[in-house]
Design a binder for this molecule. Sequence first.
Ligand code: COI
Length: 374
Amino acid sequence: MSVSVLDSSRVSADIAASVAAGPAPIHIRKSRKSRLPDIDMNNIPFGRVFSDHMLVAHCHKGVWGAPEIMPYGKLEISPANATLNYGQAVFEGMKAFRNKDGRTVLFRIHDNWERMNYSASRMCMPPVPEEIFVEGVKALVKLDANWIPSEEKGSLYIRPIYFAADEVVGVHASESYTFAIITSPSGPYYSDPVKVWVEEHYVRAAVGGMGDAKTAGNYAAGLLPDKLAKAQGYHSIMWLDAREHKYIEECGTMNVFFVVENDTVITPSLSGSILHGITRDSVLRILHNRGYHVEERRIAIQEIADWYNGSMLTDAFGTGTAATIAHISEINYAGRTITLPPVESRTLSNMVKQELGDVRSGRMADPYGWVTLL
Ligand code: COI
């Protein structure tokens, strides 16, 4: 099936419905037959399989229409679409889990909603109302709850997207927008410890740019260097700052942490060009709660090389919704290889990973207020 993001008569009808009804009710149109029996849930690659339904909502001149949950399908788009031409698009990544009692758990859903609206404001887009984002995620995940893999197999990755829908060639903020949510049962993003390549030529974002917003364009900027790093046998890049090419920013898909002599944890401070990672924040809160010494500051790549040379670098890991806690096994900087200790010896990152998993699964009480039970 195909849904037009441009059909203004449909948008006006939706707007009329929502104006009449106050806070937008969510219309649900169910698929006739689930595709779930055809999916091998024992072997699910990341982000390639999508559940039965999606949510779509339209906004025109700041007025939102009623969101609709419908069978997963294609969106129809004009070649004059403002996103295709000027890249006014942001997105989010979050996950639903099955907890130890078989109940559905959403993790830090309000933080994702707030971050999407932060990204939207940077891209000159109107905010997505809470009742569309948060209630939309809840309704969609409830409907497709059978698609949530068991804890050992993975999680249901939730991808809200939000983009300009005007059909006009000319650089200006769009008047119409489409918000959609799709979900995807997924295994781990990285199945092995991650080898990273420190990128010394290309840059991801400069302060004052849009590096701290979750925009599609930030990821596009990384595609060529990522491909070059992969050709050298690396999984991901580690970005340096745009001004001096000296200070660590983040990796291609995750924020990054280093551990010195097993107790001092250091992560790049939010410089204005780094994503405000929600998993990054969860890790910081767990570490503070457990009394660790954590430094959020500028980290010169040379410091990493010096700690390594002095046998002081005991752990390095990435954090992200998709990556969760991803151990870094190797860092290539200026042709030299920094090899990290075996994963089994990484007490700190293994503890953090365990605690995050325990909070989500309900094996541990949630002292942080991160979990929403459906
Ligand atoms: C996430 O971690 O959720 C992201 O959006 C990163 C993406 C590269 C999968």
